[in-house]
Design a protein around this ligand. Structure first.
Ligand code: GDP
Ligand code: ZN
Length: 330
């Protein structure tokens, strides 16, 4: 097992059953500890949880998260009691500390992750991108790569942009170049978000808050130099919120996946989650090729021929060799 960064999601099999009959169904769009805002059609119901919820298989500090689909009973015009959490398609968790066993569920049932990167101010290392994508892939959450701040880029950086697009499109990802500042290609991005639950991620300063403000006018999140949530504190209480897009769909602003946790993954599975490497590996001589030293390796061959970009291969080798990334953000 090696350690590597970032978002943790798990296919949850948590089923919490209560005796009461389903009365109303809604989605949790905000939680602040003991109160949860449940959206049911256009209504917002303030709910508490019934009794003592216990999740099977996962120790969490919070039993419920934004994105959860719930059954509730009304206790007043705009208040209610959540009696059941419906089965989760996936969820993102983070650990309070690297060593802590207890986790906090940040969001459930997300359709995709938007990973925002920039080529300058700040420069996002591709190794960071690769680690992120592998992690999302491991839990079958589709990712969209968004390159922001293209208004800043001169010729050289625009060429780099094209190169990055090529690398990640070859790996099967959608790549969208935008400028939040100059509002370039925001419509193209919005199309991808319509009707979906999208979690937004990326290192500090890339423009996530600015994008959210642009997409959700009237919200006015602070774009100040936010002190990123850090993993050192125990039981940090950060409550992610689902922000409704005027065009339909939600942005899930999860501080926990803006920064990164650490997860364990089986080393021999890493090759499965580099989609481009995985596809190439069909032609390796050995079925259990690690693409490091074996003869007849189609991955190494593709890398030598420039078909597989060396940055992808380098990230793969680092992950498989268990080398710690200096780009881990905490
Ligand atoms: P976050 O940490 O990812 O939430 O980043 P912020 O949204 O707080 O943005 C960090 C800085 O980048 C702010 O000063 C923004 O005004 C600036 N910024 C955001 N988007 C763009 C853009 O498209 N172009 C330029 N030039 N600056 C941007
Ligand atoms: Zn191979």
């Amino acid at each position: 097992m090696i350690k590597y960064i970032n978002l943790l999601a798990t296919f949850a099999s948590a089923k919490i059953q209560f005796s009461s009959d389903p009365v109303n169904k809604g989605i949790v769009i905000k939680t602040t500890g003991s109160w949860h805002t449940v959206k049911d059609d256009s209504d917002h119901i303030n709910c508490r949880l019934k009794g003592n919820f216990r999740m099977r298989g996962i120790k969490t500090t919070n039993p419920i998260a934004v994105g959860d689909s719930v059954i509730y009973e009304k206790s007043g015009t705009h208040t209610g009691i959540i009696t059941r959490i419906l089965e989760r398609k996936n969820y993102i968790i983070r650990r309070a500390t690297n060593l802590a066993k207890e986790t906090q569920i940040m969001a459930a049932n997300i359709d995709q992750v938007l990973l925002m990167i920039t080529l300058e101010s700040p420069e996002t290392p591709l190794e960071f991108v690769d680690r992120f994508l592998v992690s999302a892939e491991a839990y079958r959450i589709p990712s969209i790569l968004v390159i922001n701040k293209i208004d800043l880029y001169q010729v050289e950086k625009m060429e780099r942009c094209a190169e990055i697009r090529m690398i990640y499109e070859s790996a099967g990802y959608r790549v969208i170049e935008i400028s939040v500042e100059e509002q370039l290609n925001i419509a193209g991005l919005s199309d991808q978000l319509e009707g979906k639950y999208t979690a937004i991620a990326g290192n500090s300063g890339v423009g996530k808050t600015s994008l959210i403000n642009l997409l959700c006018p009237g919200l006015n999140l602070k774009t100040a130099p936010i002190s990123e949530y850090h993993l050192s504190g125990k039981h940090t209480t950060t409550y992610p919120e689902m922000l409704e897009l005027p065009s339909g769909g939600y942005i899930i602003d999860t501080p926990g996946i803006r920064g990164f946790g650490v997860m364990d993954i089986n080393r021999n599975e890493i090759g499965l989650y580099f989609t481009d490497i995985f596809n190439l590996s069909a032609n390796c001589r050995f079925y259990n090729c690690t693409h490091i030293h074996e003869p007849g390796c189609a991955v190494i061959d593709a890398c030598l021929k420039g078909i597989l970009h060396e940055s992808r291969y380098r990230s793969y080798v680092k992950l498989i060799s268990g080398e710690e990334s200096k780009y881990r953000i905490a």
